[in-house]
Write a protein that binds this ligand. Structure first.
Ligand SMILES: Cc1cc2nc3c(=O)[nH]c(=O)nc-3n(C[C@H](O)[C@H](O)[C@H](O)COP(=O)(O)O)c2cc1C
Ligand code: SF4
Length: 437
């Protein structure tokens, strides 16, 4: 985020004056595409879009010496609730995004890049388009970039802003002009993606790390963050900086850049100005609502790729922290999460389409004062039956719908029981109008 506070940070002049496009010049003049891929792989960079998949490794899944085109899709759908870090990058440092895209296309030999952005981000789109135009005029995009054999075109595609358009194969379907129904994998996009050609999908923040890795080296990247947990053979470490979003019941909602591995408590107290109105946090969403919840006792959990899983959350997700204060009712919070997921489910898989709707209806019944304590086990049973993890759905939206339910009932069961036993009601007339079922 170093450039963002500088006046005119979105222009080519200011970006270049602060070292911009030096990594690209270095890569094109001194490195082969495979060397760029190797450097990114060895840096340990993992995707910032939610799944945390190793970026360089993903690039190596592309077929070698592919005779046809390879495509790069840049995921700027930013659809996970609570997440707004991509927006900062696109609005305030669009050339950093473009340099990351050009470098990644050079590494993967992609000939065309499609930047998929949601319609609700008009300033991001405007700034990216003018950055692209500046790059064409300066010979940084188009034919024979910087006099090399490497050519690249970037197109911006505006999506209508559905959550499922952020899922990589839903995004590809949408780019092809179809309904954003995720595809069954395999084949993975690296083998058969956009227009059935090998395709890499990466998040905006992931790509913004690439110029820094090329310019400063993999050792520099690994000097930030957390090494692999020796007790977890599957942990690949959490290296590099991360843009953490902090919102909800805090005094100062913001987006901050910090080394991976800070705790939720540090984010809330030091950067978010503490919980608002002098209250305490009851629950915290660690990485977008699809990751589940931390309880107040879990706020010292490190927000790296390994930490949230240790306390029963789905993962780090987008590292978007949403704070829920102690005056807030978890029944209402969970109802909101389920209503969102039910509305956003694309409907292809029965467990997701029906399950998200059933969970919303059960919670709505509880909020109408007609809940039964056995509803809590029913909610857990429905949640356990849906998702890639139990193997019943095509994409991860379903796991992201199940996790808040599993976590909320496991960690805040007392709140739910008290609510039901006291016959409380929080369903309003407005909720009736908004009900999706
Ligand atoms: C329902 C759903 C929504 C998603 N939304 C986004 C999104 O808005 N932005 C994003 O980068 N990744 C999103 N993802 C993850 C993408 O499928 C994919 O893993 C990611 O774009 C890969 O980029 P990365 O490796 O650079 O993180 C979503 C996944 C699911 C299941
Ligand atoms: S899991 Fe849900 S959102 Fe994903 S493909 Fe199936 S129905 Fe659609």
């Amino acid at each position: 985020m170093a450039n963002m506070s500088k006046p005119g940070s979105h222009t080519l002049k200011v970006y270049e004056a602060n070292g911009g496009y030096r990594a690209l010049r270095k890569a094109i003049r001194e490195m082969t595409p495979d060397q760029v891929t190797d450097t990114v792989k060895q840096s340990g960079l993992r995707g910032r879009g939610g799944a945390g998949f190793p970026t360089g490794l993903k690039w190596t899944f592309l077929p070698k010496n592919h005779p046809g085109p390879i495509y790069m899709c840049i995921n700027a759908d930013e659809s996970e609730p609570g997440t707004f870090n991509n927006r900062y990058l696109m609005e305030l440092d669009p050339h950093q995004v473009i340099e990351g895209i050009i470098l990644s296309c050079y590494a993967t030999k992609a000939v065309t890049a499609y930047l998929y952005i949601r319609v609700e981000y008009p300033l991001s789109r405007k700034r990216l388009q003018s950055a692209i135009d500046e790059c064409y005029a300066a010979g940084l995009l188009g034919k024979n970039i910087l006099g090399s054999q490497f050519s690249l075109d970037i197109y911006i595609h505006v999506g209508a802003a559905a959550y499922i358009c952020g899922e990589e194969t839903g995004l590809i379907e949408s780019l092809e002009g179809k309904r954003a129904w995720p595809r069954i994998k395999p084949p993975f996009p690296a083998v058969e993606g956009l227009f059935r050609k090998p395709t890499i999908v990466n998040n905006i923040e992931t790509l913004c790390c690439v110029p820094h890795i090329i310019k400063r080296g993999k050792e520099w990247f690994q000097s930030i963050g957390v090494p692999p947990d020796p007790n977890n053979p599957r942990d690949m470490g959490s290296y590099g900086p991360k843009l953490y979003c902090i919102s909800g019941h805090v005094n100062k909602p913001c987006c901050v850049e910090l080394p991976l591995g800070v705790t939720a408590r540090e984010l809330i107290d030091k950067h978010g100005g503490g919980v608002w109105k002098g209250r305490q946090a009851k629950a915290v969403v660690p990485g977008g609502i699809s990751m589940g919840f931390f309880s107040a006792a879990e706020l010292d959990t490190p927000l790296d790729f390994n930490g949230p899983g240790k306390v029963g959350c789905l993962g780090l997700g987008t590292a978007a922290v949403v704070v829920i204060d102690d005056q807030t009712n978890m029944v209402d919070v969970l109802y909101n999460c389920c209503r969102f997921m039910s509305h956003e489910s694309c409907g292809q898989c029965t467990p997701c389409r029906e399950g998200t709707n059933w969970m919303t209806r059960i919670l709505d019944r509880i909020r109408s004062g007609n809940g039964r304590t056995e509803d809590l086990n029913l909610l857990v049973e429905v949640a356990a039956s849906m998702g890639i993890i139990p193997g019943t759905t095509i994409c991860g939206l379903s796991d992201g719908a199940a996790w808040p339910v599993k976590n909320a009932i496991a960690k805040f069961r007392g709140d739910f029981e008290t609510y039901i036993n006291e016959g409380r009601r929080t369903r309003s007339k407005a909720d009736e109008l908004m009900a999706v079922h």
